[in-house]
Design a protein around this ligand. Structure first.
Ligand code: 9D3
Length: 260
């Protein structure tokens, strides 16, 4: 898969090639990353890429022409490599991405990611060149670069062969719409706190049930919105009922049914 990133700060993207899952995927050729600096496409002596906003106000706006030239150059390079890339603009006004979006993004041959700076880019550039507009969450960053890197990290680790363990990505938190279960490693006792006995039992079916019950219970406690979004099978509902019984004491209705 191919990423072309249009950015005024290409050096920031070196961190992706330094170490970790993404660096390994890049060095093994599972994905490629090319940066395009609009400043290199500015035609005036000062290499101007921004200007003051029409209508007044603080900050600067990224100009159309250097951005359009950088995007066109990225498109041409991708096309020459046989890759029909679409253009995504990272922006606070974009659609907030989910794990399902990351899987969709990973299924395309390539993307041109436009990282904005200053107050944003001239709206006519968005209308003319941008296919999708993405946000990574409801908080304010100082530019689109980190957002583009977040998307690349989330997407590249999904590519076949990127993770050591074949199905690690499928087992992820959010992979099936649930939060992860708790994890433990040695020693068995830390400050008087033991590892849950079931994890030492060697009973793999019981361990799988316990993990599923914990994943469902923690999602119910911390992210009920995720549970409402995906619904539960009868088996999962029974495991969640177990969790709620252990956690909150018996449900009064069920307790009444259990009276002799
Ligand atoms: C202080 C400037 N803001 C005026 C109300 C607008 C603004 C412009 C540019 C706010 C942030 C940014 C830079 N952010 C991004 O480029 C960005 C972003 C984000 O800030 N949050 C979540 N996702 C993204 S994707 C790109």
């Amino acid at each position: 898969m191919r990423f072309d990133v249009v950015t005024l700060f290409p050096a920031q993207f070196r961190i992706l090639s330094a170490e970790g899952v993404v660096a390994r995927a890049l060095s093994r050729g599972l994905a490629t990353l090319t940066t395009w600096n609009p400043r290199d496409f500015a035609t005036d002596a000062q290499r101007t890429v921004d200007d003051r906003p029409y209508g007044g106000g603080p900050g600067m706006v990224m100009k159309v022409e250097p951005l359009r030239a950088a995007i066109d150059a990225a498109k041409a390079a991708a096309a020459a490599a046989g890759c029909a890339s679409r253009v995504a603009y990272l922006s606070p006004q974009g659609r907030r991405l989910t794990q399902a979006d990351m899987r969709h993004i990973a299924s395309a041959p390539g993307w041109i990611l436009l990282a904005g700076r200053y107050e944003g880019v001239d709206e006519r550039l968005i209308e003319a060149c941008v296919d999708e507009e993405w946000s990574i969450g409801d908080y304010v960053l100082s530019g689109g670069e980190l957002a583009a890197m977040v998307v690349m990290d989330a997407v590249i680790r999904l590519l076949p062969g990127a993770l050591g363990h074949a199905d690690s990505a499928a087992q992820d938190s959010h992979g099936d719409g649930l939060l992860d279960c708790p994890h433990y490693t040695r020693p068995e006792m830390v400050d008087g706190h033991r590892v849950p006995a079931v994890l030492l039992s060697g009973d793999h079916a019981a361990i799988a049930r316990w993990r599923r019950r914990q994943a469902l219970g923690r999602t119910w406690e911390r992210r009920p919105d995720l549970l409402r979004a995906r619904g539960l099978s009868a088996a999962d509902q029974a495991l969640l009922d177990d969790f709620m019984r252990d956690r909150g004491g018996p449900d009064p209705e069920q307790a009444a049914e259990q009276e002799p």
